[in-house]
Ligand binder design. Structure first.
Ligand SMILES: Nc1ncnc2c1ncn2[C@@H]1O[C@H](COP(=O)(O)OP(=O)(O)OP(=O)(O)O)[C@@H](O)[C@H]1O
Length: 244
């Protein structure tokens, strides 16, 4: 479970995050929805201890990313926006490298990689160098790498970015399976359909602030709208930067 309380982060004069507060429960998918530049990536980066907050408090299963950065890495799986694969290594080597950093034994690592190859359908390319991989292949390797140590909490930055319809469906099924397994999944997106199809709880972020937070039904009720799309536009005050 993640709790975020009054988080702030500025880069010089740019106030990227200005008082973000939300909770993400285990067994739920929480979506951070907002237009480009809303502060979603900055929020996620603070959660996975890449950036220290200027102000505010984060707890991930009771751990504080600013104090317990090493411990948090054991409980967190992160799919960053850049994906960040080593292009000279094969997909298998990319995943194995992370598994080794997490201290998995060779036997456990081999078994885990075989499991992920099957779950994420990576058989065709697992032993190819990742240079030149398609977006979909890169995302799968990034997810497998993030999940190699079976983390309880999973953070994904725009996971379906650049994926075709089939790959998006497969990704959504996989994310649903994580939820069924009791994991807490937090993903960022600017695609409304994504949150509508996937998320139990939606945190709408605009200009570094939480514009609204709740289940899809709660957001509809609060906005007085009939469709989520209308609700988002009303709650955010603009439709700029959001994709249906
Ligand atoms: N390292 C940085 N240095 C300077 N400004 C930054 C930095 N990182 C983010 N920003 C600024 O902070 C604001 C929020 O950016 P952020 O990447 O968090 O938004 P986002 O909601 O993830 O957007 P997108 O959907 O485009 O990825 C933007 O104005 C961005 O330019």
């Amino acid at each position: 479970m993640i709790t975020v309380e009054n988080l702030h982060k500025s880069f010089g004069k740019v106030k990227a995050v200005q008082g973000v507060t939300f909770t993400a429960h285990d067994g739920e998918i929480t979506g951070l929805l907002g237009p480009n530049g809303a502060g979603k990536t900055t929020t996620l980066r603070m959660l996975y201890s890449l950036l220290p907050p200027d102000e505010g408090e984060i707890r991930i299963d009771g751990l504080d990313p600013t104090r317990d950065a090493m411990e948090i890495k054991r409980t967190l799986g992160v799919v960053p926006d850049s994906r960040g694969l080593y292009t000279r290594l094969t997909a298998r080597e990319n995943i194995a490298y992370y598994g080794e950093l997490h201290g998995l034994s060779r036997a456990a690592l081999n078994a885990r990689i075989e499991e992920l190859v099957t779950t994420l359908d990576m058989g065709d390319f697992i032993d190819r160098r990742t240079e030149g991989f398609s977006q979909g292949q890169r995302v799968k390797v990034a997810i497998a790498r993030a999940m190699v140590h079976s983390p309880q909490t999973v953070l994904m930055d725009e996971p379906s970015n650049g994926l075709d319809v089939m790959s998006t469906r497969a990704l959504r099924e996989y994310i649903q399976s994580l939820k069924q397994g009791g994991h807490s999944v937090v993903l960022s997106t600017h695609i409304m359909q994504e949150v509508a199809a996937l998320c139990d709880r939606i945190v709408i972020i605009a200009k570094g602030r939480v514009a609204a937070d709740g289940t899809a039904d709660e957001l509809l009720r609060r906005s007085g709208c009939d469709s989520l799309e209308d609700a988002f536009v009303k709650l955010i005050g603009s439709e700029e930067g959001l994709l249906a």
